[in-house]
Design a protein around this ligand. Sequence first.
Ligand code: GLA
Length: 420
Amino acid sequence: MKLKSLVPQSGFLLVLRFLALVLWSFPGARTLDNGLAMTPTMGWLHWERFMCNTDCQGEPDSCISEKLFMQMAELMESDGWKDVGYEYLCIDDCWMAPKRDSKGRLQADPKRFPSGIRGLADYVHSKGLKLGIYADVGNKTCAGFPGSFGHYDIDAKTFADWGVDLLKFDGCYCDSVEHLEKGYKHMSLALNRTGRSIVYSCEWPLYMWPFRKPNYTEIRQYCNHWRNFEDVYDSWQSVKSILAWTSSNQKRIVDVAGPGGWNDPDMLVIGNFGLSWDQQVTQMALWAIMAAPLLMSNDLRHISPQAKALLQNKDVIAINQDPLGKQGYRLRKEDNIEVWERPLSDLAWAVAMVNLQEIGGPRFHTISIASLGQGLACIPDCMITQLLPEKRELGFYQWTSDLKTKINPTGTVLLQLAAT
Ligand code: GLA
């Protein structure tokens, strides 16, 4: 076979590149107009690791209290997290007192948050970070604390007065789909009316799915990110099920994501107990491909150097935060190996190969470079760098060449292809 005849000629190449530029820069659906989350939100969220532990007497170091958040804020600043982009320190459920105050406002549990949320926000801001909080569109939060139904305006105002920078709005205890939709929209507008910049993190589609298919174009007009699927757990089974859901729904959800509005596959559980090293690599690589918010839920006081390095990997974070803001997708699945790809700015591509076979050792997988990026990823040649599991320059590849990789069971090889 003559190599040359397969490589397109230069005029043709220019046209292809131009077409790619036009295609990738075509604006997505209209977005929530608050100017926030132009790249996926990065930060820390307490839920998966600390859940609803309110027992500060018995477990003072892991209960939901201002002390926990102050310690995390300190570490986010001192241990390099803030420097690589983790900015939002987010409170999840179980921060509230069981009742609203005499003026109908939500209030923090006074024993666990003696400085109040205002005091905590001041502290977090003094570290150069932002504070996230949690509330619920229905009558109660999922853990049974006061819900915002009927109180959207006052709650939005309270959060703004406290200096909150992000709201995670859950969808438990809502009595109808109509209330759910209206509630998510109402809170979005109420937050906007406060005049404070508050990232709006929704779970609207997750709670819609049992009733009818969510209208993602509409959701994007109200939310900065939205959960689609079940809560992440500290297990491979959970991470695997999130990836499976995402790939089987990609036609519906990928194109709607972009600057200002993102699909949220839930927290990163890297640095905890349930994932092997290879599985942690898979979560980090695929959350980058999916343009997912990077909200870690782990204990920054006790985290292995290896997990920390993975979470702070600047090359992988750069893929996640790529300014073009195109979400990646699964290109194919063959013999239990999945190939995912994501277009990046400057005509670069990220490619992830996941080995889903849970028996045996590392497997070799060969991809034809021409099959990547709709044929445009490496034309006429490109520079390929392996970013995970460890960084290695693989060198120049031609459009016509093949690339052979070795992938550990449940692990991922993440590559970056740069135009030359
Ligand atoms: C729901 C959400 C989780 C978490 C809990 C808190 O399950 O999906 O992310 O916020 O509620 O109760």
